[in-house]
Design a protein around this ligand. Sequence first.
Ligand code: FAD
Ligand code: SF4
Length: 487
Amino acid sequence: MPELDNIGGRDAAWREELRQSHSARQRADIPRVVMPELPADYRVKSLTEEVNQGLTQAQAMQEAVRCLDCPNPGCVGGCPVGINIPGFIKNIERGDFDSALAVLRRTSALPAVCGRVCPQEKQCESKCIYNKMGKQPVAIGYLERYAADHGQTQGQTAPQPNGKRVAVAGSGPAGLSFAGAMADRGYDVTVFEALHEIGGVLKYGIPEFRLPNSVVEREIDALRARGVKFEKDTIVGSTLRPEDIAAMHFDGLFVASGAGLPRFMNIPGENLINVMSSNEYLTRVNLMHAGTPGYATPVYRGKRVAIIGGGNTAMDSCRTARRMGAEEVMVIYRRSEAEMPARLEEVKHAKEEGIRFLTLHNPVEYLGDEQGRVRAMRLQQMQLGEPDASGRRSPVEIPDAIVEVEVDMVIVSVGVSPNPLIPNAFEGLEVTSRGTIAASADTLETSLSGMYAGGDIVRGGATVILAMGDGRHAAQAMHQALSNPNN
Ligand code: FAD
Ligand code: SF4
């Protein structure tokens, strides 16, 4: 297995010692750890207190014992960036949390974030050998979070500046991970961010009760300490035009502007008052603190709120609406729960918080009152048909099966599209039919020389770990190109 034996200065002997400390049978008999969490009736009153409280040291070390240190660990293949999972877990087993974090940091710029928000059940944990044994997989995400929260990064010596300057458009996971990877190679890095806060979706989308801002801030501070500069309130392509960027003589530009444009269903009544996108709703509450005493940002506090969609954004919106005082919150999803794209843990938490799931229903119209405010929605009842292109069973309408449900607020959470601003501003930049920036699969370079792109602006709405992986990938490719003396 690559890179495992010398982690923390240890050799194969300590792995053997660990192996002998428990038989495989003993390890497999230990039940999976349960994450300590705040009780549902308490947590629905707080927008900021994190629901998952994190493992104790004893729990983390016990869970680490469960990992069988397989010779060909499937979990590594299940992680989109190929983290050396047994490597970091075995360091937790022996109580060396700094080395565990060092292993994580070799491949992941944001382990404290990924440990909290990755869809582990579809990625690393889905490939754990325990699944084949009819047992619950090792809690890889919980352990990643533990190592990231409790390990200390060893003081890094600042790399020698290499005299080259690069720019980044967008400060979400893709931009941050690119910035870190380039700073570590000696580049002078400037990140331009359109908003007044750094972090992208990690700040404006995912609520604090799931991912505290302090966790994101810690990572941003670490980048600042490595010399990365951040320019907020700067919109590349608008307040900073392509000619302005050209005049700054950067050696390369990485575009990581995400997919922040909300999609709607284009059904009658979507323009009624109190029908809004989840982007708008979550941005008001998370980024602009609507609902927090002392902040003036307005937001409607619905009493009977419907959330349309079944992804993570829908779960974040319904749980936020509950915390904003809604008495009844319904998730309306056109397929069944088995096809929902949201992380399993978010669905579980939403249910515990009293959210009602109306699956196999799809809105066809919203109805308004005399003031133009939404008062009800008409839902088409569905059944499952054959699998579609996504591999999930498709939703098929049941003829004449329409129900009307009263609501006073609707939050539409049916996906996002890439923001067209940068694609439109840079002449000659190729885009795909979906409006995403076209980038080479090998290097992530775009049709414009020296401009690279990654994350949601290339993939459409995807995940944190994929965006972060793109940032590292683009950094590697740009560095290679800039180091080539023939360029
Ligand atoms: P973003 O995070 O969108 O960041 C892009 C940044 O670029 C933003 O800060 C934006 O303001 C800035 N920007 C845009 N245009 C410009 C410009 N012209 N100039 C300068 N700056 C610009 N993924 C998971 O893995 N797990 C989850 O649990 C999860 N939950 C989610 C919940 C919500 C509510 C949302 C919306 C998404 C969620 N995702 C989740 C998806 C994940 O957050 C995204 O895939 C990821 O953030 C994409 O990263 P990015 O860096 O490409 O873009
Ligand atoms: Fe699993 Fe995500 Fe961590 Fe990879 S980054 S090991 S997929 S939790």
